[in-house]
Design a protein around this ligand. Sequence first.
Ligand SMILES: [Zn+2]
Length: 353
Amino acid sequence: MGEQDDVEERFRRLVAEMEPGSSPPLPKASRASMREVKREARQRKKAAARPPQPPAPHRAYLEAVSDLPGRGARRRTRRPRPARLHSERVRTISIGVAVLAIMASVIYFQWFRAATSTAVADPTVPSSDSAPTPGVGEANEPLGNPPVVEDQPGRYSFVATQAGSTAPVAYDPCRPIHYVVRTANAPRQASSLLSSAFATLSAATGMTFVDDGPTTEIPTGQREPYQPSRYGDRWAPVLLGWATPQENPGLADDVIGLAGSASRSVPGGPRVFVSGEAAFDVAWFRRSLTTAGGRAEAEAVVLHELGHVLGLGHVADASQVMFAMERPKVTTYGVGDLAGLARLGGGACEPRL
Ligand SMILES: [Zn+2]
């Protein structure tokens, strides 16, 4: 309990620093070790040195974390080795809320760089440098239908919605979602982890996923959705890969995965995801996949990140995979996740992209 109190105290302190006047009163002095305090100071310094980030994802993360009752962290601290690694992560994440909010370095993070682009392909104009020939792979109707599930308002969220509507930005269900996997740094279990996750996603969305094989491309978070020299005249397949913090700085500190998708639209048409990317932390997966129960946790992280790729955002409900922090006991999509995925499977077909 002592450790948990400590974590919560620092959480409140950090939030108070961020939002003066709107936070719970500060309890008195921390019992944190000097090492932790120094670490916090280093993180803050680092955060202060970074440029300001777009506000939306931070707020979403803060909301999710603000609701944290600390249960997950407490449960984790009870786990035997090597779970200590997890507890450290969780503790750092709990105490580092304000820091994370500033530097956007959440345990799971969606990047929006490409998604905020407004570049569009005019349907009357042949493909340009920034877009392939429209309609590659497009069928006349959706390739499958999402299952009918009970809606679970508040238990799922979307990364983005259509202008003036609550309808999500989603992939085009009339064409398969192709993906490539970076083989370098991938764990031995990569292929089974991914095929199992895509089977789950296919059932949850009605969408079709196609494995286009290996790639040498590194998921850096700075990816162009159209790369004709590498992938030909089509939107680049979704890139999935394991990377180190050196290869993808977004994976530094406590981040174990990052994912997002890029959207495009034509004038008057819906915004549609055209390509995406997910990066998984090499070290975390190596550790997890060699521990008892770690395989299930690794699967959950893959499901979480692929949920982001398809368009799910974070939720405050800690029983859902799309909760912002990895929780060892939540290893399969919950009813909220599944309700969100079903809606994402019912997106608009857009042959003009
Ligand atoms: Zn996430």
